[in-house]
Design a protein around this ligand. Structure first.
Ligand SMILES: Cc1ncc(COP(=O)(O)O)c(C=O)c1O
Length: 403
């Protein structure tokens, strides 16, 4: 087989999209106007697919902090944390994240993807076992692969399946790592965290919760599902990203376990890449202050997502999960979903199109992500577009969440 032969399938799939006149994976936001509005194809468009949950990307204090850092620390660190790229503010942010979670230590990574990659590959090795919820994010799968660890998938949100698979491991169960997410990125459903913690208390093991989509969103202080479910002390590792509710780029892991600090020395995605830029760190530190105090933002976000969720439900759409800022509309055929997505953009609403094999159970999804910064008029506009296009949606009663 030639070097490029493997691309034939991809080229054919892209050719199909071109024939349909749809390019859902190459959308260019020609101009960004606010956290919730941009220009796409020359048209003012409501952005409802950006994970900007608290709308902090244009926060004046975050922007001012980033500008100050640019002026005083320059545009980049030009090195890894292990070499020349660890600045005082990287460590300050780590201490602030640890204090936020009331944990012993934190590590900052250059992206959320690398936080999972770096923690999992730094912590685990070929002799270790990871128990993975089937719907976990690609970065978690990739981290396990880089670690060379044995991966046992359990059915999505199925606690009995997790317990069954742990029991089969016998005494090894006590040294496994269970990996779940707070809010799952595709369907927007939450992990049954209390029940999972019960399994861990009974059978042992360590628990990693990826709160990428729930930091800033859930919990009184925005610490995610672990806070909302009051099980913070049971989470051995919490991973998160700066790229969603914190409005920047980067990722982190916090833990009470002293070994976390040693992960720095074993984690290739931490060692062999440049550290986040000073401006990124500065805006994230400011955003973290806002996030922790952001009860009003969380309340506004909740009003927005509950409104959109109940409106879509009333229109007869099949939704992936109970209300959360991630609202997944389940559609039928791939081509119908493509056309539907295209019409939404033509109606001035940008959302995400998710197609198999990236989706659970091979469904096609239109994924909305709601922001505290959406005005009620913008939520109205999103509802109007879905209502106008209702007859073209190819709505199906899909069975979900079985991994
Ligand atoms: C659950 C989860 N973890 C990690 C990541 C990676 O985060 P980032 O995009 O900041 O690299 C994502 C991104 O969507 C995610 O959904």
């Amino acid at each position: 087989m030639g070097l490029f032969d493997k691309f034939q399938g991809l080229a054919a799939a892209r050719g199909e999209l071109e024939k349909l006149g749809v390019d859902p994976f190459g959308v260019e936001i020609e101009r960004i106007l606010s956290p919730t509005e941009g220009i796409i194809h020359g048209r003012r468009t409501v952005l409802a697919g950006t994970n900007n949950y608290l709308g902090l990307t244009f926060d004046p204090d975050c922007i001012a902090a980033a500008k100050r850092a640019l002026d005083t620390e320059g545009t980049g660190t030009t090195g890894s944390r292990m070499a020349n790229g660890s600045y005082a503010n990287h460590r300050k942010l780590e201490r602030e994240l640890a204090a936020f979670y009331e944990m012993r230590d934190a590590i900052v990574f250059s992206t959320g993807y690398q936080a999972n990659l770096g923690l999992l590959s730094g912590l685990m090795g070929p002799d270790d076992v990871v128990l993975l919820d089937a719907d976990c994010h690609a970065s978690i799968y990739d981290g396990c692969r880089l670690a060379g660890a044995e991966v046992i998938r359990f059915r999505h949100n199925n606690v009995e399946d997790l317990a069954k698979r742990m029991r089969r491991l016998g005494p090894r169960a006590a040294d496994t790592l269970i990996v779940i997410e707070g809010i799952y990125s595709m369907l927007g459903d939450r992990a049954p965290l209390r029940e999972i913690v019960e399994v861990k208390r009974e059978l042992g093991g360590y628990l990693l919760v990826d709160e990428a989509h729930s930091v800033g969103v859930l919990g009184d202080r925005g610490r995610g599902l672990v806070e909302e479910m009051d099980v913070l002390a049971d989470a051995d590792f919490i991973v998160g990203t700066f790229s969603k509710s914190l409005g920047g780029a980067g990722g982190f892991c916090v833990s009470n376990l002293p070994a976390l600090d040693l992960v720095r020395y074993s984690s290739r995605p931490y060692i062999f890449t440049a550290s986040p830029s000073p401006a990124t760190i500065a805006s994230t530190r400011q955003a973290l202050v806002k996030l922790e105090a952001g009860r009003d933002l969380r309340a506004r976000l909740r009003v927005n997502y509950e409104r959109l969720h109940s409106a879509l439900e009333a229109m007869g759409y099949t939704l992936g999960a109970p209300p959360s800022p991630v609202i997944a509309v389940v559609l039928g055929e791939r081509n119908e979903a493509l056309q539907f997505w295209k019409r939404l953009v033509e109606h001035g609403v940008y959302v995400n199109l998710m197609l198999p094999p990236a989706t659970p159970n091979g469904v096609s999804l239109i994924r909305c992500s709601v922001s505290a910064a959406h005005s009620s008029e913008q939520i109205d506009a999103v509802c109007r577009a879905f209502s106008d296009l209702r007859s073209t949606a190819g709505i199906v009663a899909a069975e979900l969440g079985t991994g």
